[in-house]
Ligand binder design. Structure first.
Ligand code: IPM
Ligand code: MN
Length: 363
């Protein structure tokens, strides 16, 4: 195995560049502990790439990613580019293209709950007291996001639009295996989400996941309709451990999982293909309304780096050091604006300060 490890850095739009800067501070500090020699290269992506090169995913960026061992992604999109047709927008034109190009079908979104941020959660204390630690496994390269045909036809009162939800047995099997393997390392419990009382794709989804479960007899599998699942997640999140879902249901429910922890600014995500090549990105968006103000929360970006270190570099202890540092800084009461509630011991800090504090707390 080569001892060189290349990371393609794609900061993107909105708060992307400023939170990425904090993650790079952390990388700079910990890289000496890593067994491989780390090289990083910056590439433009998203709206800023449209402005510069007329293309949200320029060739140079794509080649750079192809020649790297992992991708650390910021965020893309903003109102500036919302006038463009869907395929040319930063979201579809860069992020979804990268997911498809590298076949990153397995998206892992942990939603864990920092006890000292519980005040930020919209859930009642008596629900939060039970705690929760959920991992959402989202199928990322299929379903209605990519199904053909899709488009718009006709004009005036006859105008219509259509998308296609399509799933093959193979697509469901491979994401199910990811979920079951992870379940073996956790509470051996999966809740698979569908809408099998209405959708054909969901009936197949339920059948295939049930078939695969027979290979993992120690894992308890439960099926739940998406409408019930969003309700249960509010009522009693502690009942969930791994939630397995299609691309669209996963998009929706992972935001809900994030929000009940108190802030979407804290949650990372990882997307893998068969060879475990990974793209790591915060779960939240580009937050254009607060971009450039040095107030954004860099924790999700830093935790995305920690996931890269854990899964792509296989340096679990170093990833843990980063997570401990974040916990310590939060314990000391430091908060970016989104986490600030004005309670005693809390000190409001900038994006830059938060990055530096976390970096300094790594031991
Ligand atoms: C996400 C985002 C993306 C998605 C957008 C930006 C295309 O919401 O990663 O959850 O819908 O997958
Ligand atoms: Mn989303």
């Amino acid at each position: 195995m080569s001892d060189i490890f290349k990371i393609a850095i794609l900061p993107g739009d909105g708060i992307g560049p400023e939170v990425m800067k904090q993650a790079l501070k952390i990388l700079e500090k910990i890289k000496k502990y890593i067994n491989k020699k780390i090289f990083i290269d910056n590439y433009v992506v998203g709206g800023i790439a449209i402005n510069k090169y007329g293309n949200p995913l320029p060739k140079k960026t794509l080649y750079g990613c192809e020649n790297s061992n992992a991708i650390l992604f910021g965020s893309v999109g903003g109102p500036e580019w919302d006038y463009l047709p869907l395929n040319k927008r930063p979201e579809k034109g860069s992020l979804l293209k990268l997911r498809k190009h590298f076949n990153l079908f397995a998206n892992i979104r942990p939603a864990f709950f920092y006890k000292n941020l519980s005040i930020l959660s919209p859930l009642k204390e008596k629900i939060l007291n039970k705690g929760f630690d959920i991992i959402c496994i989202r199928e990322l390269t299929g379903g209605i996001y990519f199904g053909v045909p899709n488009g718009r036809k006709k004009k005036g009162i006859d105008e219509y639009a259509f998308d296609t939800e399509i799933y093959s047995r193979l697509e469901i099997e491979r994401i199910a295996h990811i979920a079951f393997n992870l379940a073996l390392k956790r509470k051996k419990k999966i809740c698979s989400i569908d809408k099998a009382n209405v959708l054909n794709t969901s009936i197949l989804w339920r059948e295939v996941v049930t078939d695969i479960s027979k290979q993992y007899t120690s894992v308890k599998l439960e099926h739940m309709y998406i409408d019930n699942a969003v309700m249960q997640l509010m009522k009693n999140p502690s009942q969930f451990d791994i939630i397995l879902c299609s691309n669209l249901f996963g998009d929706i429910i992972s935001d809900q999982c994030a929000m009940i922890t108190g802030s979407v600014g804290n949650l990372p995500s990882a997307s893998f293909n068969h060879d475990y090549f990974g793209l790591y990105e915060p779960s939240g968006g580009s937050a254009p309304n607060i971009a450039g103000k040095n107030i954004a929360n860099p924790i999700a970006q830093i935790l995305s780096l920690a996931m890269l270190i854990e899964y792509s570099l296989k340096e679990r202890n170093i990833a843990q050091k980063i997570k401990n540092a974040i916990q310590k800084v939060l314990d000391l009461g430091y908060r970016t604006k989104d986490l600030f509630t004005n309670s005693k011991n809390e000190k409001i800090v900038t994006t830059d300060d938060m990055g530096t504090l976390i970096m300094q707390s790594i031991i």
